[in-house]
Design a protein around this ligand. Structure first.
Ligand SMILES: Cc1ncc(COP(=O)(O)O)c(C=O)c1O
Length: 368
């Protein structure tokens, strides 16, 4: 066949590495000849979804020939009541991932920059690069956001600052005092994104939610939260943003008309009401955290106290062979090399049984 010409893609895409998705768990089991592998790699809720959300979806299943409510009317109303703002201050997305992308589409032109921490959640970098913007990644100090250096990195071309609080992959938070000092320095034309995907797990007394600033009337602050973590609905893809109505109105211009499917909308509404499931998930997470901390101490592996449902651990050896060996034991974890830290792993806190299995596998693999 004659060599045909390939159409040229946008220049911004040259810097983007295609996302390499993990293999389905069934495929990993088949290839390695193992059974009952456990995934402790994506910070999902090991208890599963709220039973109330499951019932709500079952009731809707015969109505999926209809388009979803494009405005998420009822879900926005419920979220607005739950957080104490108006419904016009909420935007719902196909996961909070989508809202990150909408933010970049709303604010980033080539020549603009965004400030974020390193290591932090990779979606910020992706979304900003996609729009041809420059990412300023500011090194964490002791795996915490260095808000002072992040404030200094803001220049007149900066449009967005991402504060991942608590931070993925490190589980650390920024405090009220740190956020206060940072906010007093940020120009009003820079949007500050508080990504609070793990908000419901936080118990630290010094924690500061960005919601405080939204409620004070700041027009340049947006808080992102999700139903993928404590609410156990990752597979449905539903997250939301809370901001001033004018900010929401600008971001909404980039949104597709039916971006949140109908199953996601009913399940999320039911999940908000299931306070018992949230409380149980938090309790189990706390127990798992204590168990894992104890084991890491016994194994002499430094870890960072977490305000989330995962732990960032220094395994003091190359994580890549460890990952492969853990896989053969049927335990899937996240390697630190993708965040630039090849001697680290990130493990999602599982059920008691999963945590024990993880520890048995890690002890064996590290020869402890
Ligand atoms: C910090 C952070 N933000 C956002 C997300 C994306 O969540 P969603 O499933 O709502 O897109 C994740 C998921 O891992 C996350 O860790």
């Amino acid at each position: 066949m004659a060599d045909r010409k390939l159409p040229v893609a946008r220049k911004a895409l040259e810097t983007i590495k295609p996302y390499v998705p993990g293999k389905p768990i069934e495929e990993v089991e088949r290839e390695l000849g193992i059974k009952n592998a456990v995934k402790m790699a994506s910070n999902e809720n090991p208890l599963g979804p709220s039973p109330r959300a499951v019932v709500a979806m079952q009731e809707l299943v015969h109505k999926v020939h209809l388009y979803p409510d494009g405005s998420c009317h009822y879900l926005r109303g419920k979220l607005a009541d739950a957080v104490g703002v108006g419904p016009d201050q909420i935007i719902v997305g196909n996961g909070s991932d989508e809202i990150i992308k909408l933010l970049a589409e709303t604010y980033i032109n080539p020549g603009n920059s965004a400030v974020m921490a390193n290591p932090s959640f990779s979606e910020y970098d992706f979304a900003v690069n996609l729009m041809g913007g420059e990412c300023r990644q500011i090194a964490c100090v002791d795996f915490k956001h260095d808000l002072e250096s992040m404030a200094k990195a803001i220049t007149p071309d900066t449009k967005l600052v991402f504060i991942c609080n608590p931070n993925n992959p490190t589980g650390t938070i920024v405090t009220k005092t740190e956020v206060g000092a940072f906010m007093s320095r940020v120009p009003e034309d820079v949007v500050v994104v508080f990504d609070e995907a793990y908000y419901e797990y936080v118990s630290h007394p010094e924690y500061c939610s960005g919601l405080e600033y939204v409620k004070k009337g700041f027009k340049n602050v947006i808080v992102l939260r999700t139903f993928s973590k404590i609410y156990g609905l990752s597979g449905l893809r539903v997250g939301y943003g809370i901001a001033h109505p004018e900010l929401i109105s600008w971001i909404s211009r980039t949104r597709e008309p039916f971006n949140v499917n109908s199953m996601a909308q009913v399940a999320a509404r039911a999940a908000i009401d299931d306070e018992e499931h949230v409380a149980l998930s938090r309790e189990e997470n706390q127990k798992g955290k204590e168990l894992l901390y104890g084991k890491f101490e016994e194994m002499d592996l430094p870890y960072w106290p977490t305000e989330t449902n995962f732990i960032w651990v220094n395994i003091k050896t190359d994580c890549r062979p460890v990952f492969q060996a853990m896989l053969r034991e049927g335990v899937i974890i996240r390697t630190g090399d993708i965040f630039g830290f090849p001697e680290f792993i990130r493990v999602t806190i599982g059920t008691e049984e999963q945590n024990q299995r993880f520890i048995r596998a890690l002890t064996k693999v590290l020869g402890k």
